[in-house]
Design a binder for this molecule. Structure first.
Ligand code: ZN
Length: 138
């Protein structure tokens, strides 16, 4: 697969889970990091695909989702953390990542997923001091 990364991002092994998305440049607090890209699919199809081992699906609006494992730009490797340095925001059907605080080059970019297609029992391994223990906020 030929992965076209968004500017300022790199993908490598993550201490949290599998591969992660790392900054190669400084992102100042409040700055847009990148847009989540991927194949646009219905939520029904998203639930069907949710059985796969690696889940790379992002919900847009409760009807449509993006599957970053196809046509993703690296943002689909952004791992969950209970103490994230970025957040996701949906604007006019686009899913955007913003820096929650200043992010240094080489830092792993993380967001709090809060609600995913993962089962509520799925354990979180983010190692944050205030880790809630699960990926979904239940
Ligand atoms: Zn956690």
């Amino acid at each position: 697969m030929n992965l076209k990364l968004a500017p300022g991002l790199s993908i490598r092994k993550s201490p949290i889970n599998g591969k992660g998305c790392f900054a190669t440049i400084r992102f100042h607090r409040g700055r847009k990091i990148a847009e989540y890209t991927g194949e646009r699919i219905s939520d029904l199809e998203a639930r069907r695909r949710a059985g796969r081992a690696k889940l790379r699906i992002c919900d847009i609006d409760g009807r449509w989702s993006l599957d970053g494992s196809r046509d993703g730009n690296g943002t689909h490797y952004i791992n969950h953390s209970c103490e994230p340095n970025a957040f996701m925001k949906t604007l006019y059907g686009h899913v955007l990542f913003f820096a929650l605080r200043d992010i240094r080059p080489d830092e792993e970019i993380t967001v709090d997923y809060e609600d995913t297609l993962h089962p509520d029992t799925k354990r979180c391994r983010c190692r944050a001091p205030n880790c809630r223990g699960t990926i979904n906020r239940v």
